[in-house]
Design a protein around this ligand. Structure first.
Ligand SMILES: C[S@@+](CC[C@H](N)C(=O)[O-])C[C@H]1O[C@@H](n2cnc3c(N)ncnc32)[C@H](O)[C@@H]1O
Length: 421
């Protein structure tokens, strides 16, 4: 709106996106749809679906007035607030697995006010998180609204999805919220470099302590964080298992085929064992003592090894090393320290592989849902890296990338690297 329009109170001109632009976007969607229909491989189907998705999103943007888009952007956090309240109420569990129930029945079931639940489900319906069928117009006895599951509401029942939401609200977002007005003004508008001085530590008024130092001191938060990490297992780690031929890894002289460094409860090792039940060689799960003491989910044949990747050189030599969602937790200098503690174990062992399982952002035009995760990682000074950044980081650490398995996939890829000796 120009200052003249504002002054005259007439508001912006009518919103009339050019028909040619809309029909060209629509043609692109049709073309991608035809590619999808004719696709014969899973890869072709995925690529066509992605094209439909990104062009539909462009079409939606082109047909939405800026006022509407601003309101959607500005109010977006309240969708997450709605879901958070619904999770606290166990609202999604109360919806029958098959079939419908009315708003009145739901409110009774979860012991909440009908009027309040109406406000929540109206939002959940508008964002297609619940399937909501309204009574006929002009006859709005809201208690007759009919509610049913969608794939998303079913997913939100899983303990890991709940923990993941609570993790955002109770651990991550408080750090982000205080960092924008405080941390960056104090330390500069740049990515945190010192892992002991990041938005998370700032939010806790801590000095010289990193995210994990603080987290392990709070038993409940630590448990919540680790439970939240299991969401990736719920979303499906099996495809990760099949991204790389773990059964072809060469074991070291003690018969150890794979060491999962910072493997948490062992969710990925479990998925690998399920994907390769006849895999030869022993598996080792390494993490901080507090994590391993907190209980693991791997079978008894997996060796547990307490290990601090900042303080110790890797004790298991000449094996293969898997790091999933570790490097993205830290600034470059800290990653170099982790990798420099690993390199001596691989030196002189040509079969020894470094397998990094992480999101690999494309160098250009990353998808919204992927790239926004990079900002999430700011709270501890971590970051999501694109292929260019991965090459640069690993080169500085003395490694070279030999392959990226599953590049362009929806979640993690597996970067296969060796020491550049
Ligand atoms: C984001 S979680 C990833 C867990 C698991 N790899 C996964 O992808 O599900 C990061 C893991 O790094 C571990 N960790 C953090 N600092 C560590 C350290 N100094 N030494 C070893 N592990 C550490 C945490 O305990 C946690 O299990």
């Amino acid at each position: 709106m120009s200052s003249l329009e504002r002054a005259s109170g007439q508001g912006p001109p009518p919103f009339e996106p050019p028909v040619e632009i809309l029909s060209s976007l629509s043609d692109s969607i049709q073309a991608a749809l035809a590619r999808y229909a004719a696709a014969s491989t899973a890869q072709e189907k995925t690529s066509a679906l992605k094209a439909i998705q990104s062009t539909s999103s462009k079409l939606s943007t082109a047909t939405s007035p800026i006022q509407q888009r601003f309101m959607e952007l500005n109010a977006r956090p309240y969708l997450n607030v709605t879901v958070r309240i619904a999770l606290e109420l166990n609202l999604f569990e109360a919806i029958p697995a098959f079939g419908h129930l009315t708003l009145k029945e739901l409110a009774k079931e979860i012991n909440a006010s009908e009027e309040f639940i109406f406000r929540l489900v109206r939002v959940l319906g508008a964002f297609e998180i619940l399937e909501v069928t309204y009574p006929p117009p002009n006859h709005p006895p809201n208690h007759l609204m009919s509610l049913a599951h969608t794939p998303m509401s079913r997913l939100l029942i899983s303990p890991a999805a709940k923990a993941s939401f609570r993790n955002h609200f109770e651990i991550l977002l408080p750090a982000h919220l205080s960092s924008a007005p405080g941390y960056y003004h104090k330390y500069g508008f740049k990515s945190p470099e010192d892992l002991k001085n990041v938005p998370f530590t700032f939010a806790h008024g801590a000095q010289d302590e990193g995210f994990f130092d603080l987290l392990v001191k709070d038993e409940n938060k630590f448990k919540l964080f680790n439970d939240a990490m299991e969401i990736m297992a719920v979303l499906g780690m099996k495809p990760l298992g099949s991204l790389f031929a773990f059964d072809k890894l060469v074991s070291n002289e003690d018969g150890v085929a794979l060491v999962d460094i910072g493997g948490g409860k062992g969710q990925m090792l479990k998925a690998i064992q399920e994907a390769y039940p006849h895999m030869k060689g022993k598996l080792v799960l390494e993490d901080l003592k507090a994590v391993l003491d907190g209980g693991v989910i791997v079978s008894e044949d997996v060796k547990l090894q307490t290990y601090d990747f900042f303080k110790e050189v890797q004790p298991i030599k000449g094996s293969n090393y898997f790091l999933k969602s570790i490097i993205h937790d830290w600034p470059d200098e800290a990653c170099l320290q982790i990798l420099s503690n690993l390199a001596p174990a691989m030196r002189g062992h040509p079969h020894s592989k470094l397998l990094i399982c992480e999101l690999v952002l494309p160098d250009q035009y990353p998808e919204p849902a992927k790239v926004v995760r990079d900002i999430m990682m700011l709270f501890i000074g971590g970051q999501e890296r694109n292929l260019f950044q991965w090459h640069g980081l690993l080169q500085r650490a003395g490694f070279k990338i030999v392959n990226v398995h599953g590049a362009g996939g929806d979640n993690s890829s597996i970067i296969e690297a060796v020491l550049d000796e």
